[in-house]
Design a protein around this ligand. Structure first.
Ligand SMILES: Cc1cc2nc3c(=O)[nH]c(=O)nc-3n(C[C@H](O)[C@H](O)[C@H](O)COP(=O)(O)OP(=O)(O)OC[C@H]3O[C@@H](n4cnc5c(N)ncnc54)[C@H](O)[C@@H]3O)c2cc1C
Length: 284
């Protein structure tokens, strides 16, 4: 059986869920297909207090997502699923979509809101932690030697958190610290051991830790930023000969590669996309 919806949203994080709320308000039908078994994306389990959200002075990612989710009809969300196949529906002027959980969907518009993933130049390993997340460092203990790689805000914040947890932290930046002035000041006050490494980084990873420049650490924690998801590029059908995405397909949030990824930008984009879709469907 094929479900018919006006909008199929791929990705149930901040952008996908905000878009769903807007579409509901505009009286449009939608489904979300989310790869994980839960909605909300990486913020759903984040205990960090969020920044850059005026009006929400001390809310954690988890609580912010819970507030958004309270306005969502989760019966319209397919969890633990991904898009596996797309075909153009010439008669209905839409897309026939196959999901990995066996469901089939027909949608007039597709929206990709798959976010971004933290990047690391190192092979995945138990002793190499990649990207921010308190849950990723929760198992570290007092006395652990941790090599923090990266010079941005995430690296600085995690160096401070790890030191507070009682770890012995060495922070390694390629050329200069890029973290905000506030965090740079906190690093100085906390007397974090900050070193510059240049381009070559011959990290030696073993089952019991990492070694670099003759020094041993229990863990390396890598904060080298994010790479926008490429989930749409695996479907060449979505792109025209000029490599531009079809006018029936939208990309929003971190996946659109903003120079300054954040929640408000994503939610603003979701509002704009919702209005564009509503407008287009009214004229369809
Ligand atoms: C730990 C952390 C702290 C942050 N703190 C702040 C902050 O304080 N203030 C701020 O403004 N911003 C913050 N950000 C950034 C902010 O969370 C992002 O800009 C925002 O979540 C982007 O929303 P999104 O919908 O594009 O992506 P996400 O929220 O990442 O959602 C993407 C969703 O798509 C799903 N997905 C991925 N691939 C597929 C696929 N192939 N098929 C189906 N589903 C898929 C993912 O599982 C996820 O649920 C933080 C981010 C993190 C990770």
């Amino acid at each position: 059986m094929t479900d018919n919806v006006e909008v199929l949203i791929i990705g149930g994080g901040v952008g996908g869920l905000t878009l769903a709320q807007w579409l509901t308000g505009l009286g449009r039908s939608w489904r979300i297909v989310e790869r994980e078994a839960y909605l909300g994306g990486p913020l759903a389990h984040s205990q960090y207090v969020l920044k850059w959200i005026p009006g929400w002075p001390a809310v954690s990612g988890r609580d912010y997502m819970a507030a958004i989710l309270a306005g969502i009809d989760t019966a319209h969300c397919e969890l633990s699923g991904e898009l596996t196949q797309i075909e153009m529906d010439e008669i209905d002027q839409g897309w026939r979509c196959q999901l990995s959980n066996g469901r089939a969907m027909r949608a007039k518009k597709l929206v990709f809101a798959c976010g971004a993933a933290p990047v690391s130049p190192f092979a995945p390993a138990e002793r190499v932690i990649v990207g921010p997340g308190l849950q990723k460092i929760a198992h570290l203990q007092t006395g652990h030697r941790v090599l923090v790689l990266g010079g941005g805000d995430n690296a600085a914040e995690h160096a401070l958190i790890l030191q507070e947890m009682g770890c012995s932290v060495v922070m390694l930046v390629r050329s200069a610290l890029r973290a905000s002035a506030v965090l740079a000041q906190q690093l100085r006050a906390a007397q974090i051991d900050l070193r510059v490494h240049g381009d070559a980084l011959p990290l030696n990873v073993s089952a019991s830790g990492v070694e670099l420049f003759g020094e041993s650490y229990d863990y390396a924690a890598v904060y080298y930023g994010y790479q926008p998801s490429t989930a749409a590029t695996v479907f060449p059908l979505l792109y025209g000969p000029d490599q531009r995405i079809s006018r029936d397909v939208f990309i929003l949030g971190d996946m659109s590669g903003p120079s300054y990824p954040n929640i408000l930008l994503t939610q603003g984009q979701a509002a704009v996309v919702a209005k564009q879709i509503d407008h287009a469907l009214s004229g369809d």
